[in-house]
Design a protein around this ligand. Structure first.
Ligand SMILES: [Zn+2]
Length: 206
C-alpha cells in the first residue's frame, strides 16, 4: 500500500508534456490518496522557479496561492471531463478564460538598448496567464485526443501523449508502466494457478 509519506510522491513532475499539465501534476496520486505538492505560497514560488518560469525567485501571497490552486483544479477538471467525454463545468472554463486574459510579461529594452528585462503589472498573475493560455492551446489546437489519463489506478496523472502511434498508456513507463505490468503479471500468475487448481479439481470430479 502506497502511503502519503512515500518519498516518490513528494517530487514535482515536469514530464507531463506541457506547462499547464506539469502544473496540474503538482497533485500526485489523484486516483487514490491525492498529495498536494503546493500546500503553501512558498511551495508555489519554488515550483515557478523549478518550472523555469522565473529566473529569480518571486514571493507569492496567500491570495496568489489560492488563485493558483483554483486555476489548477479548473484546468484539471476541464481536461479530465473532456478525456471522459463529459461536458466540462462552465465555471471552470470561465476561470481558465479569465486567467488567460491576465497580462503576461513583455520584453522591455533598457535606455541604452543593450539589455532586455521582462515586465508585467503583476508577475504571479502573468504566470497564471501563461499556464491558462497553454491549457487553452492544448484543448483548442487539435491536441485533445493526445490528452491522456495515466492508466495507473492510483496515479491518474494527465499527460500529453507525443508518441507516434498515440497509444501510450502511462504517465511514465519507468513509474506506472512497470508497476502496472508487474501487477498484471502477478494477477495472471495467480489466476493461472487458480485455473490449474480448478482443472485438477474438475479432473478428479469427472
Ligand atoms: Zn502514472
Amino acid at each position: 500500500m502506497l502511503r502519503k509519506t512515500d518519498k516518490r510522491y513528494s517530487r514535482f513532475r515536469f514530464d507531463a508534456g506541457s506547462v499547464s499539465l506539469n502544473f496540474v501534476a503538482t497533485v500526485r496520486h489523484r486516483g487514490s490518496h491525492p498529495r498536494d505538492l503546493l500546500p503553501s505560497p512558498d511551495s508555489l514560488s519554488k515550483w515557478l522557479e523549478l518550472a523555469g518560469l522565473v529566473t529569480t525567485p518571486i514571493s507569492c501571497s496567500a491570495d496568489d496561492h489560492r488563485e493558483a490552486l483554483i486555476l489548477r483544479e479548473a484546468i484539471h477538471d476541464t481536461m479530465h471531463s473532456l478525456i471522459l467525454n463529459h461536458e466540462p463545468a462552465r465555471e471552470d472554463v470561465d476561470r481558465i478564460n479569465k486567467a488567460a486574459r491576465f497580462p503576461i510579461m513583455v520584453p522591455q529594452l533598457s535606455r541604452s538598448a543593450d539589455r532586455i528585462s521582462w515586465e508585467a503589472p503583476d508577475l504571479e498573475k502573468a504566470f497564471l496567464g501563461i499556464i491558462a493560455r497553454d491549457a487553452i492551446a492544448l484543448l483548442g489546437e487539435g491536441k485533445r485526443e493526445r490528452l491522456k489519463l495515466c492508466g495507473g489506478d492510483s496515479c491518474r496523472m494527465l499527460y500529453l501523449d507525443t508518441s507516434p502511434g498515440n497509444r501510450r498508456r502511462w504517465c511514465a513507463m519507468s513509474l506506472c508502466g512497470n508497476r502496472t505490468k508487474v501487477a498484471e503479471h502477478r494477477r495472471r500468475r495467480r489466476d493461472g494457478g487458480r485455473r490449474e487448481a480448478e482443472d485438477e479439481q474438475s479432473g478428479q470430479d469427472s
